[in-house]
Design a binder for this molecule. Structure first.
Ligand code: ADP
Ligand code: MG
Length: 701
């Protein structure tokens, strides 16, 4: 915070000096007193507890042992050597090991003097070993009272090498706090503090480094996490508000004949509750005069298409056109066929524009688009070529957003006076809380309910050695008239090997399922698009029974007759990809199956992935597990990765605090949109500070 004392450069602190200041700066980003105070411990350990060597267990997180070094030697292992000290107490012996800074330790460690060593132990054969322990002489250790909750600070390899140890960091923190007593200015209002029973800023900042009791520590951490998430939510909510007030959109206030006629007379099924809710949200959003920028999340098969169609009808009722953009030609065709069928009994005209539409037809489409006689245009990227001019595009619907770049979407905006409303549809479920913080500035609609009567896809995990059984199962399904996908992973780094796997797999399938009884298609990314489409098309039409493919089929294709998905080397796929792949089956009336093939040896994480897929078909539940396994950064790619740079809070573990902090933030903004009430001054000060710090905005926009 902008306080003089806390902005004192770190080298002025007792015990720092220019050398170490430089290290703290480059390694941990600590420039000032304030930065140091905000370096929060990763965790806490009980330093009043000591283990005897004969009490050690493999994989103990962190243990403290008292003993002495009786010998030190350098042990060569291949190209690198390591320094090994034999460490004993009255119950046994263990090893201390160093790979880095060997000379220093060899020269400085004292033999036969009591030390306290602290670190993680691992068992090698009968011997326990601790690598790069934190250690100090017992007499130094005893000269201070030891804490039951001793903080462990973040460190880096360079810091460890340069002997900036945890013991040093603790000393530094002590030296800092002897200078800065209660210098922190409260950042939250009285109302928020008391309303959510939060500890004050100064007390929390002290407890977090020097916990007095476990309860105080917990309250301090809660408060600091809350604060962090609260201000992120404030920013996101404000940004959303600003966007809505700045960017105007066509107000679609009419719910007119087209919508009502279709809704009352031509709906092929009753909408699910979730579909109704989402249509309402979209209607309300497009009616305000602000620009809609909305993400529509819904698992595969949840029925996003009908929502898209109803959204188009709203635009048409207000005198505008609509377009639906798909990432591939096949998908565009399928959308076109589906939408045209839905609107068959209406007077509305629907066009299809893709790369393969002939010149003459294309010219005609262009004309009808410009004179407004074409209501809905469906297609691929061809929709946003410069030649394509709409009379008045009111809404653009983009399917499977991850295949479309931001730049491409921006192109759509240039075709009008006002930008058309945008609805992005995605079948990649994002856990609600994550969506809340990552897309906090977008509006999100969620279809969280499948249409009734769906048969749950049966999923099993099989080892490679059971392949014959799997082949037999496939044969039986084909005999019943069904079709089968067999998917191979394709990872860029090992592309060559992967193609070999795919080819080998294809050949063994062809051997197992020979002509003329069986026909097998193969599709992969190295094929020419025309060939790919041709093969796909054969499968879609049912001319081939088995489709061997890489993940190119992941997105969207609809072959209701395909009822078996075999995923080879399933352990190499991430959960969300497995879920997407599985979504290719289960689209028809028949019972569908997904078979995950793996080798016998699996990592713990891979096993969890398989178990999760077998246990559930709920995309949101799967996304939650994925988030836990991989962490939010990975899950979201680099997008807005800044939000993952949380100091204290954790988007996985602190989802509840996030929800509460968001509620608190919206309450404040609702009552005081411009943050100008007296009581909200503390909050206003922080917001002003954050906005002055450019870096903060980076992850927001
Ligand atoms: P996705 O969300 O994957 O795009 P679709 O819109 O393709 O899903 O819908 C999947 C299938 O479910 C389609 O065959 C569609 O006709 C059907 N469907 C959608 N909504 C309903 C509903 N409310 N009741 C019954 N069937 C529905
Ligand atoms: Mg779809």
């Amino acid at each position: 915070m902008p306080q003089n004392f806390l902005s004192t450069p770190i080298e002025y602190l007792n015990g720092v000096g220019p050398q170490r200041a430089k290290l703290l700066r480059t390694e941990l980003g600590i420039d000032t007193y304030g930065d140091l105070a905000n370096l929060f411990p990763n965790r806490y350990v009980d330093k009043t507890k000591y283990y005897k060597i004969n009490q050690l267990i493999d994989g103990n997180t962190q243990v403290q042992v008292i003993g002495k070094i009786i010998s030190i030697k350098t042990v060569p292992t291949g190209k690198v050597s390591r320094l090994v000290a034999t460490f004993i107490d009255d119950t046994g012996k263990m090893e201390l090991v160093w790979f880095r800074g060997q000379k220093y330790f060899k020269d400085n460690l004292k033999l036969n003097q009591p030390y306290v060593v602290f670190g993680k132990v691992q068992r090698y054969g009968a011997t326990f070993s601790m690598a790069h322990p934190d250690m100090e002489l017992l007499k130094d250790h005893q000269s201070r009272a030891q804490q039951a909750m001793a903080p462990i600070y973040p460190s880096t390899e360079t810091l460890a090498k340069r002997k900036i140890t945890n013991v040093y960091m603790v000393k530094l923190m002590r030296s800092l706090y002897s200078e800065i007593h209660n210098s922190f200015i409260e950042t939250l209002s009285e109302e928020v503090l008391s309303g959510y029973s939060l500890m004050g800023k100064n007390q929390a900042m002290k407890e977090v480094h020097f916990p007095s009791t476990a309860r105080h520590l917990q309250a301090a951490r809660y408060r600091l996490k809350f604060e962090e998430l609260f201000f992120i939510q404030m920013e996101l909510l404000l940004k959303n508000k600003v966007r809505k007030s700045k960017i105007k959109g066509y107000p679609f206030q009419e719910v007119g004949d087209n919508f009502l006629d279709f809704y009352n007379n031509h709906l092929p099924f009753e909408l699910t509750g979730a579909q109704k809710r989402v249509v309402k949200e979209i209607r309300a959003d497009m009616g305000t005069g602000a620009h809609m920028n909305r993400l529509l999340q819904g698992d595969v098969g949840s029925g996003k298409t009908i929502v898209a169609v109803l959204t188009c009808l709203l635009a048409i009722d207000n005198g505008f056109q609509a377009c639906i953009m798909a990432p591939t030609e096949i998908l565009a065709q399928q959308h076109y066929a589906g939408v045209a069928e839905l609107l068959e009994k209406t007077d509305l005209s629907v066009g299809l524009l893709t790369g393969s539409v002939k010149t003459k037809e294309r010219r005609e489409l262009h004309e009808r688009l410009e004179d407004g006689s074409l209501h809905i245009l469906i297609g691929t990227h061809a929709l946003i070529e410069d030649k394509v001019k709409y009379k008045n595009l009111g809404v653009a619907i983009v399917d499977e957003q991850h295949r479309f770049g931001v730049a491409q979407r921006a192109k759509l905006w240039k075709k009008n006076e006002l930008p058309p409303h945008v609805l992005v549809m995605t079948a990649t479920p994002i856990p609600r809380t994550l969506a809340m913080s990552v897309y906090g500035d977008l509006d999100v609609s969620v279809i969280d309910e499948l249409p009734p009567g769906r048969k749950e896809i049966k999923t099993v995990h099989r080892y490679d050695k059971n392949r014959l059984g799997v082949f037999k199962f496939i044969r039986d399904e084909i005999t019943k008239g069904r079709q089968v996908y067999v998917v191979y992973p394709l990872i860029e780094e090992s592309e060559k090997l992967d193609y070999k796997d795919l080819q080998d797999g294809y050949e063994s399938i062809v051997r197992e399922f020979p002509l003329p009884d069986y026909k097998v298609s193969i599709v992969h990314g190295k094929m020419k698009p025309e060939d790919k489409d041709w093969e796909m098309d054969r499968f879609v039409k049912g001319e081939t029974q088995i489709m061997v493919a890489t993940t190119v089929i992941e997105v969207g294709v609809n072959v209701p007759n395909a009822s078996v998905m075999v995923i080879e080397s399933a352990e190499r796929f991430g959960l969300s990809q497995l879920h997407q792949l599985r979504g290719r089956v289960g689209r028809g009336a028949d019972q569908s199956f997904c078979i995950l093939m793996t080798g016998f040896k699996l990592s713990k994480e891979a096993r969890t992935r398989m178990e999760t897929m077998v246990r559930t078909t709920d995309g949101f539940e799967i996304a939650e597990v994925d988030l836990k396994l991989r962490g939010p950064g990975d899950l979201m790619g680099t997008r807005q990765s800044g939000i993952m740079n949380l100091r204290m809070a954790d988007l996985v573990k602190d989802q509840q605090i996030l929800a509460i902090a968001r509620e608190a933030a919206s309450k404040v903004l609702k009552e005081d949109p411009a943050i100008q009430l007296d009581k909200n001054q503390p909050i206003k000060r922080v917001m002003a500070y954050l906005q002055s710090k450019k870096g903060f905005w980076k992850y927001i926009s």
